[in-house]
Write a protein that binds this ligand. Structure first.
Ligand SMILES: O=C(O)CCC(=O)C(=O)O
Length: 349
């Protein structure tokens, strides 16, 4: 547990490891209120070697304390006299004493990965982001619309599907099972998608499938590439109700494997192969477009964090984030140029 003193127990010594360096701070075991030794007793016993700057619990056990001297020489003398020997001032109690080590500060989630605030900073071909894509009023209307409909519960989040059901077991859709046109409440978003900056005017519908995801605070999504054979090139994702970081990962050629998904639980695998990692901050009401290389060859991932570190700024996730992901169901095989990531290609081989 984290010691309030800022110091903790040194790791048990491996044969070839160096002991913690001498300092003025000691970790003292078999000592504390749980074994009938008060702070005043400790001060009296250790005060014989130099001025004691503080005595604090090392953990919750009540039987281990941190003793801080002002001078390292006092700590050295206390170890020499008291370690492993009966202590007269403590009724013959045998103490086990080592130099303590500072508690390592916890790294903020996101670690040292720089987080881009604009897609141009991210530098992944095919990834675009438009902030304030919908207004705050439109955001509220969209949230009210999905909240008045029924959600399907997955292991850690809730979803709704429109147009076609997304099948988590196969990460695909049944293109013969059309559920109907996308609902009227998203017309405003569809109109804005049609005039997305840089998009060529298109006569056919750009999207016909919508997955709404509701993530509680701290829940993310495992790294994945949307199945090439299931969806066409362009994938739009609108962030509502709260921000998050989205990380993109490019794995070296040939190391791609289908993620294991059980009931949409997206179990996170801790043993990830080496990859290039980049991250972008997605504010509420922003629209992300994944296309080209960014859609076909980079995994996207939402870290399972309650707070995000964005350039040193700590940003708390809201109680929920709701995303609307718009895609177009593919009716034939994918013919992209990213063969090593393409399930249509592997089926043909
Ligand atoms: O929540 C998002 O923004 C992304 C959702 C997504 O990647 C997915 O549903 O596959």
């Amino acid at each position: 547990m984290a010691a309030k003193s800022g110091y903790t127990r040194p790791r048990p010594l491996a044969e070839d490891a160096a002991p913690p360096p001498p300092s003025a701070v000691l970790y003292v075991a078999n000592c504390g209120p749980a074994v009938g030794v008060t702070d005043a007793d400790v001060r009296a016993a250790f005060g014989a070697f130099g001025e004691v700057a503080g005595v604090q619990a090392a953990d919750n056990s009540g039987a281990r304390v941190i003793v801080r001297f002002h001078e390292p020489a006092a700590a050295e003398a206390a170890i020499a006299a008291l370690h492993g020997r009966p202590c007269d001032r403590l009724a013959g109690r045998v103490l086990h004493i080592r130099y303590s080590v500072p508690v390592k500060p916890k790294a903020l989630p996101g670690g040292s990965l720089p987080v881009a605030l604009a897609a141009s900073e991210l530098g992944i071909p095919g990834i675009y982001m438009v902030e304030e894509f919908v207004t705050a009023a439109e955001e509220q209307e969209l949230l009210a619309a999905v909240d008045s409909r029924s959600w399907k519960s997955l292991a850690k989040r809730r979803v709704q599907h429109y147009g076609y059901e997304f099948l988590y077991e196969t990460r695909n859709v049944d293109s013969k099972q059309f559920l109907g046109e996308l609902p009227a409440f998203i017309s405003i978003v569809l109109e804005k998608i049609a005039s997305f900056p840089g998009l060529k005017k298109c006569t056919t519908r750009l999207v016909d499938q919508l997955t709404v995801n509701e993530y509680p605070c701290g829940v993310g999504l495992s790294p994945h590439i949307d199945t090439h054979s299931a969806f066409e090139e362009m994938i739009f994702s609108l962030s509502l109700a709260g921000p998050c970081i989205m990380e993109f990962r490019k794995y070296p050629k040939g190391s791609w494997r289908a993620p294991s998904v059980v009931n949409g639980a997206d179990e996170h695998t801790s043993q990830e192969p080496e990859c290039i990692r980049k991250a972008i901050f997605l504010p509420s009401r922003s629209m992300l477009l994944m296309s080209g290389e960014g859609r076909y060859a980079w995994h996207h991932y939402i870290p399972h964090h309650k707070i995000d570190d964005v350039g040193g700024r700590v940003i708390k996730r809201n109680s929920r984030r709701v995303s609307f992901t718009f895609r177009k169901v593919r009716m034939g095989p994918c013919d992209c140029e990213y063969k090593q990531f393409c399930d249509s290609h592997s089926k043909r081989c």
